[in-house]
Write a protein that binds this ligand. Structure first.
Ligand code: PAF
Length: 283
């Protein structure tokens, strides 16, 4: 397994692979890898010749007062997980190499990124799209795998890929969960034992919503009331949002008539956790 830190060297490596007729699969990450990331690499593995996993804690997607400086990092552990998951190349650039002095170009999306995380993290998707576009240009992948836990991110990146004609396939990776149902996330590390115990309420509240939908409940207000009540049974939980939106457009829906994304962002102490499920009308 090779580790490349220079963006230019990464691009030369990718060009050489393409010239040799190899196909490239990219798994973009911010490191501190867990089984969820490993599952994305395993999704890429059989679909391409070379799996590139990028590790970059992207400063432009963090807002003031967010956890950029404290974001967990452990490169030695990440390397071991990549080796296990069959990664060929780790791309591990530095922030000054990705954003050299005088850097001034950013990408924005103006529909799907407006709500949900876009409200409490106003420049977040601008940073995500900018770095993902740069990673696409440096790694030249045929496909890129993104986790479904970041449901809005996945949809915004799909939109960018379509609108800017990036010649690659976006492959979704299912959410990977701990034994009790908590979605795996690098930020779970921030949870105290009490918060960790209660964080399972997120998955439970999604189960509850799925049960209500399967039982014929369609009204978004009723489903969301049950979800909120369940989460708020923990004194540690502070809901950022709990919304039911159209699965494609991410616009709020009042009733479950077509597939709807039920998306949650909830603070537990220092951790802001995301989870979601797609609800389908009973019929
Ligand atoms: O999902 C993440 O880890 C990040 O947002 C991504 C896609 C690697 C961009 O920095």
């Amino acid at each position: 397994m090779r580790v490349i830190t220079s963006p230019l060297e990464m691009q030369h490596h990718a060009l050489a692979l393409l010239a040799a007729g190899r196909t490239i699969g990219l798994v973009p990450t911010m490191g501190y890898l867990h089984e969820g990331h490993a599952s994305l690499a395993r999704i890429a593995r059989p679909r391409c010749d070379e799996v590139v996993l990028s590790i970059f804690v992207n400063p432009t997607q963090f807002g003031p007062g967010e956890d950029l400086d404290k974001y967990p990092r452990d490169f030695a552990r990440d390397e071991a997980i990549c080796r296990e998951a069959g990664v060929d190349t780790i791309f591990f650039p530095s922030a000054p190499d990705m954003y050299p002095a005088g850097y001034s170009v950013f990408l924005e999306e103006h529909a799907l990124s407006a709500g949900l995380c876009g409200v409490s993290r106003p420049n977040h998707f601008r940073g995500v799209l900018t770095v993902v576009a740069k990673l696409f240009n440096l790694c030249l992948p045929h496909l890129a795998v993104f986790g479904e836990k970041d449901a809005q991110q996945l949809r915004v990146i799909r939109q960018m890929t379509r609108d800017l004609n990036f010649p690659l396939e976006i492959v979704p990776g299912p959410i990977v969960r701990e034994a009790d149902g908590l979605a795996m996330s690098s930020r779970n590390k921030y949870l105290t034992p009490d918060e960790r115990r209660d964080a399972v309420l997120l998955r439970q509240s999604l189960d509850l919503a799925e049960m209500l939908a399967a039982g014929g409940v369609t009204e978004a207000a009723e489903i969301l009331r049950s979800v909120r009540d369940h989460i708020e049974s923990s004194p540690h939980a502070r809901i950022d949002y709990a919304v039911m939106v159209d699965d494609e457009m991410l616009t709020p829906v009042e009733a479950l008539r077509a597939p709807a994304l039920l998306a949650l962002a909830v603070h537990f102490g220092k951790a802001r956790l995301l989870d979601n499920t797609v609800l389908r009308p009973e019929s």
